[in-house]
Design a protein. Structure first.
Ligand code: 5GP
Length: 191
């Protein structure tokens, strides 16, 4: 990674608001050569949700294709999350960093630790919920997952929250605007 560019990793439990925060960050930092930030599009074997687009939300792959790419060394990191494979494509990240753009990864805690090992200069940001009750309310409110899927994600919560000790920063996502402002401050240090 060149010194002019930075790799940021955002993780946090399902429903904490990673998608909303990342979207706002990308909108806010979109101008100027030193302020460019691009979200790396991951690959996954999970089924597409209504409204999702292949190549935009994720590269949706069959398990066979995903494992073929693992064998080819195409992933910077990959992990099994809630029973499906997810991975960051090596080429996508390296091409962006080489082109002078800062890169944002929205990945799980397992993947984040792999990235930190490979690239110690990566900045790891953990998004924490204000409380477990508020997190459940958000998960139920977004209407994207079945009750069984929500229960499964809830079961992982404690273990996921315990992972925040490995992160460079922990930001509690209460009011989105405040969260975005805090993360922008973190990013401004490295730009
Ligand atoms: P979802 O299925 O809700 O889109 O994502 C489920 C989880 O997979 C989230 O915690 C998300 O951060 C994680 N995830 C998404 N892409 C990647 C990736 O490329 N690598 C890893 N390790 N986790 C990912």
């Amino acid at each position: 990674m060149s010194k002019q560019t930075a790799l940021y990793v955002i993780s946090g439990p399902s429903g904490v608001g990673k998608g909303t925060v990342c979207k706002a960050l990308l909108a806010d930092l979109g101008e100027g050569p030193n302020r460019s930030l691009t979200l790396s599009i991951s690959a996954t074997t999970r089924p597409m949700r209504p409204g999702e687009v292949d190549g935009v939300n994720y590269h949706f792959l069959s398990q066979e294709e995903f494992l073929r790419r693992v064998g080819n060394g195409e992933f910077l990191e990959y992990a099994t999350v809630y029973g499906n494979y997810y991975g960051t494509l090596r080429s996508a990240v390296q091409d962006e960093l080489t082109a002078g753009r800062n890169v944002l990864l929205e990945i799980d805690t397992d993947g984040a630790r792999q990235i930190k090992k490979l690239m110690p200069e990566a900045e790891l940001i953990f998004l924490a919920p204000p409380s477990p009750e508020e997190l459940l309310r958000r998960l139920q409110g977004r209407n994207t997952d079945s009750a069984a899927e929500i229960a499964r994600r809830q079961q992982c919560l404690e273990a996921e929250l315990a992972q925040q000790v490995y992160y460079d920063y922990v930001v509690v996502n209460d009011v989105v605007e405040d969260t975005v402002a805090q993360i922008r401050q973190i990013m401004a240090k490295g730009l």
